[in-house]
Design a binder for this molecule. Structure first.
Ligand code: NAD
Length: 521
């Protein structure tokens, strides 16, 4: 109760009461349904992004503790994989209800450790909740395949079966949604799970585990181990874990993709992005500029689907001053307070990196019609704030274009034609998402058909598919071949078991030995 979060009560008062959180100064792991303290000697500090007060510390789980979590998950797999699919789904029905009932608590927790505004934090919960809801009905996509009489007297049929123990490694920017992209599908498919949350926002995962316990999920089905690179390495090299889901940056994603595969695991990695919004001269100007501002500066730019590059086509080059005026109106402050548009960045080192990239933009010849580098919030001078920044006249060779900024900054590139815009975007290594703003159906269709990005918005800035589809980022934004959630999610967490059976009929030919492949008759 003495946690700084409790002392920050005034700011969180709208959704807050003193029994709301069960903060530990040092976060325990969650193994076999129990919260257990690690014997760690190294810890990661989690600080409030607005005040820098220490909220809690996440342990660097020891190798022995990690191995114990894997043994527990392997043991739980023996019985959990035998639980009928419909019964496994029922745990998800109960879980979605628990999450829905506790949206406000989860959102307050996310805001406290990640910094994003409360309404945005609710979105973080709801987008994850939708995946849990979808997991309630995965029996509809869990079927196998059958062909009767594939040869005379022979039938072939396949079942989807779980893989075993699976692992998940999550980033800081969606403390609730991304863990919920992972374990609900994995366990409803019959697997057991080890989650390593981001060491920057581990409290949200801890609360998700409390809610799992409240629905009575059997012990050991989901386990949480805290840590950084050492835990990732151990997960990649572990001999029991069959598959790893990862969401985060490219350095970590490449490591996990390569190292996990080397250790014979199935891998899906969702990675970094540079998403372009193409503004055509015939678009609904007001709507398009509003969409750009929302999608570039929402969550302080810390979204993998943020529109971080505006591609101004033809005469829309003259719209930059109007765009800047809209950005200037955004209100900065503590995300736990009402009416805030742009909160501080999640952690201090990220602020340093954002400033490095903004400085590089100036040094390399771009201009800043709105420069937030020196912004200090008068009420929270310690906060990780960077003022919203518009970087104009950006060229593809510049560092600020090549690297993901992941902060409140919008790069503006000018091109003459739609064709030029498409070429610019297709030349970018990333392929998470893109959007076009136009009133022309044929321009939209031409764009959709010729663009290499694999999630496309038409007059809509952040085209994240709902869970009846899959999150289909492409190019260097994704590694693997089975995407997150939807049908692909079920495929990722299952394998086929295919049976070919022959039942002799009375009139079948007699008995003989044949060493050649049988021919169809
Ligand atoms: P990150 O890569 O720094 O960390 C993600 C996870 O990997 C953490 O759990 C961390 O402990 C671990 N990790 C960090 N460095 C590692 C390394 N060198 N080797 C192995 N593991 C490592 O990512 P982040 O900063 O937490 O998240 C932001 C990134 O995630 C951005 O690049 C963003 O675009 C991306 N992201 C992508 C999606 C998507 O769906 N494509 C969604 C959200 C975030």
């Amino acid at each position: 109760l003495m946690s700084p979060l409790y002392r920050n009560k005034k700011a969180l008062s709208a959704v807050y009461n003193k029994n709301m959180f069960h903060f530990s100064k040092v976060l325990p792991n969650f193994i076999n349904g129990e919260f257990v303290q690690s014997k760690a000697t190294q810890f990661f500090e989690i600080r409030n992004p607005v005040t820098q007060e220490l909220i809690s510390k996440a342990p660097q789980t020891t190798e022995a503790e990690f191995n114990q979590a894997v043994s527990v998950a392997a043991e739980a797999y023996k019985s959990w994989s035998q639980v009928p699919l419909l019964v496994r789904q029922r745990y998800m029905f109960a879980y979605q209800d628990k999450i829905r009932t506790n949206i406000d608590k989860l959102a307050a927790l996310i805001t406290a450790e990640n910094g994003k505004t409360l309404p945005d934090a609710k979105g973080d919960v709801i987008r994850g909740l939708e995946v849990v809801e979808h997991a309630c009905g995965i029996s509809h996509i869990y079927h196998g395949e059958t062909i009767e009489n594939i040869a005379r007297g022979v039938d072939t049929y396949s079942y989807r079966v779980p893989l075993g123990v699976c692992g998940g490694i999550a980033p800081f920017n969606f403390p609730c949604m991304i863990p919920l992209w992972m374990f609900p599908y994995a366990i409803t498919c019959g697997n057991t799970f080890i989650l390593k949350p981001s060491e920057r926002v581990p409290n949200t995962s801890q609360y998700l585990m409390e809610l799992l316990n409240e629905v009575g999920l059997p012990k050991g089905v989901v386990n949480v181990v805290h840590g950084g690179f050492n835990t990732v390495k151990q997960m990649c090299e572990d001999k029991t874990i069959k598959a790893i889901s990862f969401v985060g940056g490219n350095k970590a994603g490449d490591y996990i993709y390569e190292n996990g595969a080397k250790h014979h695991k199935r891998i899906q990695v969702n990675m970094g992005a540079k998403n372009h919004g193409v503004i055509m001269p015939d678009c609904d100007k007001e709507d398009a500029l509003n969409a750009l501002v929302s999608a570039a500066f929402g969550a302080t730019g810390q979204r993998c689907m943020a529109l971080s590059v505006a591609v101004m086509v033809g005469e829309t080059k003259n719209w930059v001053p109007e765009l800047v005026e809209k950005v200037k109106k955004l209100k900065l402050g503590n995300g736990a307070e009402e009416g805030i548009d742009v909160a501080p960045l999640c952690y201090a080192d990220l602020k340093k990196n954002v400033l490095r990239l903004l400085d590089s933009a100036v040094a390399e010849g771009a201009t800043l019609p709105l420069d937030g580098r020196s912004y200090v919030n008068p009420k929270y001078p310690q906060g990780n704030f960077v003022g919203p920044t518009v970087i104009d006249n950006v060229q593809p060779h510049m560092t600020c274009y090549k690297e993901e900024i992941f902060g409140p900054a919008l790069c503006v590139v000018h091109v003459e034609t739609l064709e030029d815009a498409i070429q610019l975007i297709n030349n970018n290594q990333y392929g998470n998402g893109t959007a076009i703003f136009t009133r022309s159906g044929s321009a939209a269709r031409y764009f959709q058909h010729n663009i290499e990005c694999t999630q496309i918005g038409i007059n809509l800035p952040i085209p994240v598919p709902l869970p009846m589809f899959s999150f289909t980022g492409g190019k260097r934004s994704f590694g693997g071949d089975l995407n997150f959630y939807g049908k692909n999610g079920v495929k990722f967490f299952t394998q086929y078991k295919t049976i070919t059976s022959r039942w002799k009929e009375e009139q079948d030919a007699g008995y003989k030995v044949s060493t050649s492949f049988p021919l169809m008759k």
